[in-house]
Design a protein around this ligand. Structure first.
Ligand SMILES: [Zn+2]
Length: 227
């Protein structure tokens, strides 16, 4: 089935199941998904979709923004840096480096190969993430580590795709994903607190989130942006 959404014909994926109501979702990739009872009529589905057109468009816009941020878009002409879109420039140079100035991100490259671009970007991202974490850590060192008599941790970064951060209580270390560089600063703030909180509570229990909520009442909003 296809529907007209925002003036564009779009496919609808319909799953018929033993359910009572018709439900509408937008997938991570922006697809329109319907789950409905086996006997649901096409016009009923159509009505639900038409009624929710504005919501669907809103969700699709959000998803495309998220996907764009998630993308390792260093080879494109634009890149997300701390939640802001930057124009990418490339300049030949003796040594590889990256600078961020206003809404421009400039790659200085000895050779313009994909590997070099990736490596230069990850290095710049790691540097910026560490710098920002160092700026923010003081309060958590005091409030969490000192208060509980725990050693202040070392903070490192790594390129990770499946996690935003890891806490190693035994090694007294926190590792942050360099991919956080694509997201607004408040996301990094959340991940840093999240990992510090693991020194107090190792799992993701209620007690754990109670610690986070105490210091960051809006943590759910921040976390949502990272999904
Ligand atoms: Zn965790």
């Amino acid at each position: 089935m296809e529907v007209l959404i925002g003036g564009i014909r779009q496919p609808v994926k319909i799953t018929r199941r033993k359910v009572k109501n018709i439900t509408l979702r937008v997938s991570k990739t922006g697809e329109i998904l319907i789950t409905c009872p086996k006997c649901a009529m096409q016009w009923e589905i159509q009505n639900l979709i038409t009624f929710n057109e504005a919501w669907i468009l809103d969700q699709q816009l959000k998803r495309s923004r998220e996907n764009e941020m998630n993308r390792e878009g260093v080879n494109g002409s634009e890149i997300w840096w701390l939640g802001e879109k930057k124009q990418v420039c490339r300049v030949p140079a003796k040594r590889d480096s990256v600078t961020v100035n206003g809404d421009e991100l400039t790659f200085y490259l000895k050779e313009e190969t994909e590997d070099r671009i990736q490596a230069a970007f990850r290095k710049a991202a790691a540097g910026e993430i560490l710098h920002l974490a160092e700026e923010q850590r003081e309060v958590w060192d005091r409030e969490i580590c000192d208060a509980a008599g725990i050693l202040r941790p070392a903070i490192t970064t790594r390129y990770m795709t499946s996690r935003w951060g890891v806490c190693y209580p035994r090694k007294n270390r926190i590792t942050l994903s360099t991919r956080l560089i694509h997201y607004p600063l408040e996301c990094l703030e959340y991940v840093l607190l999240h990992e510090y909180a693991h020194f107090l509570v190792p799992n993701h229990s209620r007690a754990f989130y109670a610690v986070i909520e105490r210091y960051m009442p809006d943590y759910k909003e921040r976390r949502k942006r990272l999904r």
